[in-house]
Every structure is written in C-alpha cells, then in structure tokens.
Design a protein around this ligand. Structure first.
Ligand code: FES
Ligand code: FES
Length: 183
C-alpha cells in the first residue's frame, strides 16, 4: 500500500481509496486519525471494537491485505490502497453466518462479546494459515487477543468447533474476501 505524507496541518485532510469488505471507499481524512476511528466513524462499521487503543487488547483486529492488524495502531491514511476485511465482512450477504461465527456460537465462546470481533478476525487468519491447529497453537496464535470474561477455554473450544464444522479445505478459502453482516 502507498504511504501518503502525514505532515499535513491540523484540520487538513488527505484523500485515500480503500476497499472494505469488497466495497470501495474514497475518503478525505485527517492524517492524525486512526484507521479504527475511520472505519467506525467515517465508514460506519462499528463492529470493530476499541478497547485499549494502544495495541494491547486485540479488540480492534481487522485483516489488512489479509493479515491481522491492530486498527488502533494504524493511521487511516496508511490504509490507502489496502483491502480490508472487518467483522462485518464475515457473514454472507443473506446473513448466513461465517463458519467461524457459527462455531463460536455453538461453543458459546463469549460472554459479553466485546472481544469477539478481534478474536474472530484473528481466528480467520489462524485457520487460513493452519487449518488444523493444536490447542497449544490456538492459544499461542490468539494470545494477542484479551478477554476479560471467559478464561479462554470456551474460545479455544470455538476454534476447535470451527475446524470440526467445515474441515480444513472449507476454512482455507475464507481468510480475505468474505462478505456480509456482524458476528
Ligand atoms: S483497541 Fe486496538 S489493540 Fe486494543
Ligand atoms: S467475552 Fe467479555 S471480554 Fe471477552
């Protein structure tokens, strides 16, 4: 992706073009604003949650060019030219849940679910890259996402349920171009 100058005066905006959940957006944004704020406030996709806002909790995890990324740590202008998937992009257009959403639901993975968008996006990338992870690998790969409620066991069970539901081949194609509603 291109990296526009961020040395603009306060109040000045810069134009960016970004694709979010397969929809192209042309935006004029202040260089100081985070990608998370742009996604939530300018694009209106509030499924990306903000917890710590300094890169620790993982609640804001999205896929940027297929890779899990902290939306709170990126500037919006740095997403110019990027292909982004947020939690709203996981389900099918008719509302059918993404297999990982369905698995997490079946496993009752979350309680308050504030952390769930970040865990789901991290899990999409995890199962795309490692379709049959061990429990230790799941815990390691999701260790950048924090949950205050569950103790993590139910989340791990959700990931294992996702593997069981669809198998490695079905999950391998879901990492970067899914579309639809919110978890
Ligand atoms: S809100 Fe981005 S890592 Fe916590
Ligand atoms: S379910 Fe409440 S923070 Fe994770």
């Amino acid at each position: 992706m291109s990296l526009p100058s961020v040395n603009a005066p306060i109040g000045q905006t810069l134009p960016i073009s970004v694709t979010i959940n397969e929809t192209a957006h042309s935006l004029d944004i202040e260089p100081r604003r985070s990608l998370a704020d742009v996604i939530r406030e300018d694009v209106g996709l509030t499924g990306t949650h903000l917890g710590c806002e300094h890169g620790v909790c993982g609640a804001c995890t999205i896929l940027v060019d297929g890779e899990p990324s902290r939306a709170c740590l990126m500037l919006g202008v740095h997403a110019d030219g990027a292909e982004i998937t947020t939690i709203e992009g996981l389900a099918e257009p008719d509302g059918t849940k993404h297999p990982i959403q369905e698995a997490m639901k079946q496993a009752m993975s979350f309680q308050c679910a504030f952390c769930s968008p970040g865990f789901l996006m991290s899990t999409v990338a995890l199962l795309r890259d490692n379709p049959n992870p061990t429990e230790a690998e799941i815990r390691e790969e999701l260790s950048g996402n924090l949950c205050r409620c569950t103790g993590y066991t139910s989340i791990v069970e959700g990931v294992e349920t996702a593997v069981t539901l669809l198998g490695s081949s079905a999950l391998g194609s879901t990492g970067d171009q899914a579309t639809g509603g919110v978890a």
